[in-house]
Design a binder for this molecule. Structure first.
Ligand SMILES: NC(=O)c1ccc[n+]([C@@H]2O[C@H](COP(=O)([O-])OP(=O)(O)OC[C@H]3O[C@@H](n4cnc5c(N)ncnc54)[C@H](O)[C@@H]3O)[C@@H](O)[C@H]2O)c1
Length: 386
């Protein structure tokens, strides 16, 4: 590819203007953001003005029809991820879609199938896995230093961190509370480091005890009278390979730190905490803690690392060297999240169906390029587990 990758951005809010567009600027001359779209046209125009982007649109359909784009970042609220990403892929664009993949398994499956039939790359914005800590630990894991990772703990907890400026309380727009908003980050990071094992059973509980009453807000004031999603979620995931993962996530909980994020892994040769990175082993009759002095170079800003890999992937047509979250991984995350919510609602453990784009495609009768995808597709199987 001679010219810079021609990138469009759908949604001109916080994540687009603070992360995606600046990250693509770091990728010049390999990439250039040439168009932006937002339902709030004034916001798109202002974004284009601030970043010197040639074209702005009041709808992504107009942008996809008019601008000659190679790739698109999807930076709209969760409930619009699937429609925007699918429209972009059908317009022949590769897609980097913000997390979470979608608000339901059915949407994530439609996205995965569309990527398959259109032959476009679909990747998800889980930037924690691109952090220096995660990339450094990945090298140790790949080198066998932890052995077989059989257990993990992950948490993303805030004491009073309900983001007051966004309609997080609206279930329809977000698909849930902290689990689908910040829990997915540590879930993805843990699964990435574990090699994305196939989940078999999930058991979850959600709580709403603080968000629906007036109180102190460290992330701005929120509308407690309309707050409708969980303020805390906990879960256990078991995997087909025998491994297990425990997850805790909150916007509000009565804990000591105002914010704490951690991914911990336990293997038969070693364990590790990620933030900050420490590795725990038994060597030569000694229990050893290892703290790195330097870490994997080139990953100082995980958003830039993510954008750079996406740009390279689109330019070369090869996903070989990429650490970006794939459609299958997005589906695994979405199935675990939906399973945990379902488990919390039903008071039952939820057994998971295998995650396979191939199966989804077959289940839909092997849809071909350009064919309309069925909206309803198989969801995780429900089962009480003794
Ligand atoms: N990776 C991260 O750590 C991270 C951090 C923040 C947000 N996010 C994700 O980014 C996404 C956007 O979050 P945000 O904080 O930027 O929200 P935001 O509200 O600041 O921005 C969203 C923008 O999308 C526009 N929009 C809404 N519907 C649209 C549509 N149909 N077509 C075009 N534009 C539309 C809105 O007008 C708004 O300008 C969410 O999915 C969120 O989960 C990820």
């Amino acid at each position: 590819m001679d010219r810079p990758l021609q990138v469009g951005v759908i949604g001109c809010g916080e994540i687009a203007s603070k992360r995606h567009i600046p990250a693509y600027a770091e990728c010049a001359p390999r990439a250039q953001v040439v168009a932006v779209a937002d339902v709030r046209r004034d916001r798109a125009e202002q974004c284009a003005r601030v970043f010197g982007i040639p074209r702005s649109y009041g709808s992504y359909a107009d942008m996809l029809a008019d601008a000659d784009l190679d790739a698109v970042s999807v930076c709209v609220p969760n409930c619009h991820h699937a429609d925007a990403a699918i429209a972009a892929m059908r317009a022949g664009c590769h897609v980097l879609c913000e997390k979470p993949p979608a608000t339901s398994v059915a949407e994530a499956e439609r996205m995965a199938v569309t990527a398959r039939v259109t032959g476009t790359f679909l990747r998800f914005g889980f930037q924690y896995r691109h952090s220096a800590e995660a990339q450094t630990l990945k090298r140790f894991i790949d080198g066998g230093e932890l052995g077989d990772i059989y257990a993990a703990r992950a948490h993303a907890l805030r004491r009073r961190g309900i983001p007051g400026w966004i309609a997080f309380a609206e279930q329809a727009g977000q698909g849930g509370g902290p689990l689908i908003d910040i829990g997915v980050h540590v879930l993805d990071t843990a699964l990435y480091l574990m090699g994305y094992p196939e989940p078999s059973v999930v058991l979850g509980a959600t709580h709403l005890r603080i968000g629906n009453r007036d109180g102190v807000g460290l992330w701005g004031e929120w509308d407690w009278q309309t707050y409708a999603v969980e303020d805390m979620a906990v879960g256990v995931v078991r995997f087909v390979n025998g491994a297990s993962l425990m997850l805790e996530t909150s916007f509000a909980a009565n804990i000591e730190p105002t914010e704490t994020t951690q991914v911990s892994l336990m293997g038969n040769h070693g364990g590790a905490d990620l933030f900050p990175l420490r590795i725990y082993q038994e060597r030569h009759g000694t229990l050893l803690d290892t703290t790195p002095v330097s870490q994997q170079p080139g990953s100082a800003d995980p958003y830039v690392a993510q954008a750079s890999q996406f740009v390279d992937m689109c330019r070369t047509g090869s996903a070989d060297d990429s650490a970006l979250a794939t459609p299958r991984e997005g589906l695994v995350i979405q199935r675990v999240v939906e399973g945990l919510y379902r488990s919390a609602q039903t008071d039952c453990a939820v057994a998971m169906a295998p995650t396979s784009e191939e199966e989804t495609l077959n289940a839909q009768g092997g849809a071909g390029p350009g064919e309309e995808m069925a909206a309803g597709v198989p969801s995780p199987r429900l089962a009480g587990v003794a």
